[in-house]
Design a protein around this ligand. Structure first.
Ligand SMILES: Cc1cc2nc3c(=O)[nH]c(=O)nc-3n(C[C@H](O)[C@H](O)[C@H](O)COP(=O)(O)OP(=O)(O)OC[C@H]3O[C@@H](n4cnc5c(N)ncnc54)[C@H](O)[C@@H]3O)c2cc1C
Length: 461
C-alpha cells in the first residue's frame, strides 16, 4: 500500500512537534523533520501517496491530519449495519469479514490510531503462524489498514465512543444507508476536543481492548507523551535513546522483550548512549517465560540492563518540556525514594478493560467482587458466551445485537493471532444472530440486498 509522507517543521523538542510525530507514526506516515527555531508553531506538509502538491496543516490538529490520511473516512451515513468500537486486530478482522463476506455497511470508531495495542509496539512478532518471524507489529497493523480500506470499511479516527443506548422503535427512525434497522445510538467524542457525533447502528461490536495500567504517581500525567509512555512506539524509543538511560516499569514478557531489544542494540553499537533500567515491584522471573528470563539475566551480566527488583517509581520529574528522571525506591517506601536521571519511562504493566462507558445497555461486566470470589479473572472485562455458556456463541453478550471480541472480553487469550481469530468469529456470530436468532425479519429492511440474501439463506420452518 502506498503511503502518505510528511515533513514536520518546528523545533524538535517542542511539545507540539512531539505530538505530531507520534500521531504520524501511529498512522503509519513516514516523516522527516526540519529543525526550525520557531518554538510556538509546528507546520506539517503532507504529501499524498504517489506525489502531488502537499497539504499544509498548521499546529497539532489530529482530526485534520487523520482525515487527510485515511482513504475511507466517516461519510456521516444516517446509519450503519455494524459499528465496531476499536481498531485493534479484533476490530479490524471483524470489520474486514463483515464487509467482504456479508456486505454490511461498516464503520470503525477509533480513539487513538489504527492497529490497537499492536500498533504501538516495537517488538517483533514471532508467534503468529504464517507471519515471518521478526515482522514488526506496527507493520502488521499497516497491512491490516490497507486491507480494511480496500474493502470499503469506513473510519471515524480520533473519536472515543462514550455511550450506547437503545433506540425505542428502530423502524420509526427513518434512517437510510443501512440494511438493518438501527437498534443502537452511539455517542462518540473527539479524543482531543469537545466535538461529538451521534451514530446509529443495527449491530455493535465492542473490541476496545485494554487500557494500559498507570503508575498513579506524581508527575506521571504531566509528562505523558513527553517522556512517559505506555507502548513502545519506535519514534519515542529512538528519541529517548539519543538522550540517555531508558527506564522500563514491569516484569512481564512485554517489558522484558522491550528491555532485551534495547539492550541488544546497545551491545551491537557500544557508542549508543544509555542503558536500560527495569523497575520491578517484586522478584523478576515469575511473570515471564523462561527464555526471556534467561535473556534478561544475560543482559544484566553484560551490564546492558540494570534490574531494580523490589522497587517502584514514586515520582516522575522533569523540566517544563519533558521528563528528565524519576524518584524510585523500595516498594511501599516513598520516604526512601532516590533520584535517577532518565530520558524516558516506558510503563509496560498490562492493562484493564475500560468499560464504564458501557453502563446502561445491560452488558454483564466482571466486578471486583467477581474476581475476589474467583468467579471470573479480570474486573471490567465483558462476559460473553466464551465464558458463560448461557449466552451462546463465543462473542455474544446476551444483549440483543451487541457483541464483544478480543482483549476486552473475559477469558481472552491476549495475543494478536487470537484477537484476529475472535474478530472473524464475531462476524460469523453476528451472521448467525441474523439468520438463526428468529429476529432477522424484524431486523432487516425489506427490499435491500441483505434482505434478499437472508431470505435465500435463512432456515425454513
Ligand atoms: C506493548 C505490547 C506488546 C505486545 N506484544 C505482543 C506480541 O509480541 N505478540 C502477541 O501476540 N501479542 C502481543 N501483545 C498483545 C496484543 O497486542 C493484544 O492481545 C491485541 O492487540 C488485542 O487486540 P484487540 O483488538 O482486542 O485490542 P487492542 O489491540 O488493544 O485494540 C483496542 C483499540 O480500541 C481503541 N479503543 C478503546 N476504547 C475505545 C473507545 N471507547 N472508543 C474508540 N476506540 C476505543 C483503542 O484505542 C485501541 O486502538 C502486545 C501488547 C502490547 C501492549
Amino acid at each position: 500500500m502506498q503511503n502518505w509522507t510528511a515533513t514536520v517543521h518546528g523545533e524538535h523538542a517542542e511539545q507540539e512537534v512531539l505530538r505530531v510525530e507520534r500521531l504520524l507514526e501511529l498512522n503509519h506516515v513516514e516523516y522527516t523533520h526540519v529543525e526550525e527555531e520557531n518554538p510556538d508553531t509546528v507546520r506539517v506538509e503532507l504529501t499524498p501517496p504517489g506525489g502531488g502538491d502537499p497539504i499544509v496543516v498548521n499546529g497539532f490538529r489530529p482530526g485534520e491530519l487523520t482525515a487527510h490520511l485515511k482513504l475511507n473516512t466517516y461519510t456521516a451515513q444516517d446509519s450503519y449495519d455494524l459499528v465496531v468500537i476499536g481498531s485493534g486486530p479484533a476490530g479490524m478482522s471483524a470489520a474486514l469479514n463483515a464487509k467482504t463476506l456479508f456486505g454490511w455497511s461498516t464503520l470503525i470508531v477509533e480513539d487513538n490510531a489504527p492497529g490497537g495495542s499492536a500498533g504501538t509496539a516495537l517488538n517483533p512478532i514471532n508467534n503468529y503462524l504464517g507471519i515471518p518471524a521478526g515482522t514488526r507489529a506496527l507493520d502488521l497493523a499497516h497491512t491490516w489498514m490497507g486491507q480494511i480500506n480496500a474493502a470499503g470499511v469506513e473510519w471515524l479516527p480520533g473519536y472515543r465512543a462514550t455511550g450506547i443506548t437503545r433506540t425505542e422503535d428502530p423502524r420509526k427512525t427513518g434512517t437510510k444507508d443501512s440494511s438493518l434497522y438501527p437498534v443502537h445510538r452511539i455517542t462518540a467524542r473527539k479524543t482531543h476536543g469537545e466535538e461529538s457525533v451521534t451514530l446509529h447502528a443495527g449491530m455493535v461490536l465492542i473490541t476496545a481492548g485494554l487500557k494500559p495500567n498507570r503508575l498513579g504517581c506524581a508527575g506521571e500525567e504531566q509528562y505523558l507523551g513527553r517522556g512517559v509512555y505506555y507502548g513502545t512506539l519506535p519514534t519515542d524509543i529512538a528519541r529517548a535513546r539519543k538522550e540517555g538511560v531508558i527506564g522500563i516499569v514491569g516484569a512481564g514478557d512485554t517489558a522484558s522483550v522491550a528491555a532485551i531489544l534495547l539492550a541488544e542494540e546497545k551491545a551491537k553499537d557500544p557508542a549508543r548512549k544509555g542503558e536500560v533500567v527495569m523497575f520491578i515491584r517484586g522478584k523478576f522471573g515469575k511473570d515471564t517465560v523462561p527464555a526471556n528470563v534467561d535473556r534478561v539475566r544475560e543482559c544484566v551480566d553484560r551490564h546492558l540492563i540494570t534490574l531494580h527488583e523490589g522497587s517502584e517509581v514514586f515520582r516522575c520529574t522533569g523540566n517544563d518540556k519533558k521528563l528528565t528522571g524519576v524518584e524510585f525506591g523500595p516498594t511501599g517506601h516513598p520516604e526512601r525514594g532516590r533520584p535517577l536521571d532518565l530520558s524516558a519511562l516506558f510503563v509496560l504493566t498490562g492493562g484493564v478493560a475500560d468499560t464504564q462507558w458501557l453502563d446502561g445497555i445491560g452488558l454483564q461486566i466482571v466486578t471486583d467482587e467477581d474476581v475476589r470470589q474467583r468467579r471470573y479473572r479480570k474486573a471490567g472485562a465483558v462476559i460473553t458466551g466464551g465464558t458463560d455458556n448461557r449466552l451462546g456463541s463465543l462473542t455474544s453478550t446476551g444483549v440483543d445485537a451487541v457483541f464483544a471480541a478480543g482483549d476486552v472480553r473475559e477469558g481472552a487469550v491476549r495475543r494478536i493471532s487470537a484477537a484476529v481469530g475472535e474478530g472473524s468469529a464475531a462476524s460469523l456470530d453476528m451472521n448467525a444472530y441474523l439468520v438463526n436468532g428468529g429476529t432477522w425479519r424484524e431486523a432487516i429492511k425489506e427490499d435491500t440486498p441483505l434482505h434478499r440474501y437472508y431470505e435465500a439463506t435463512a432456515p425454513r420452518a
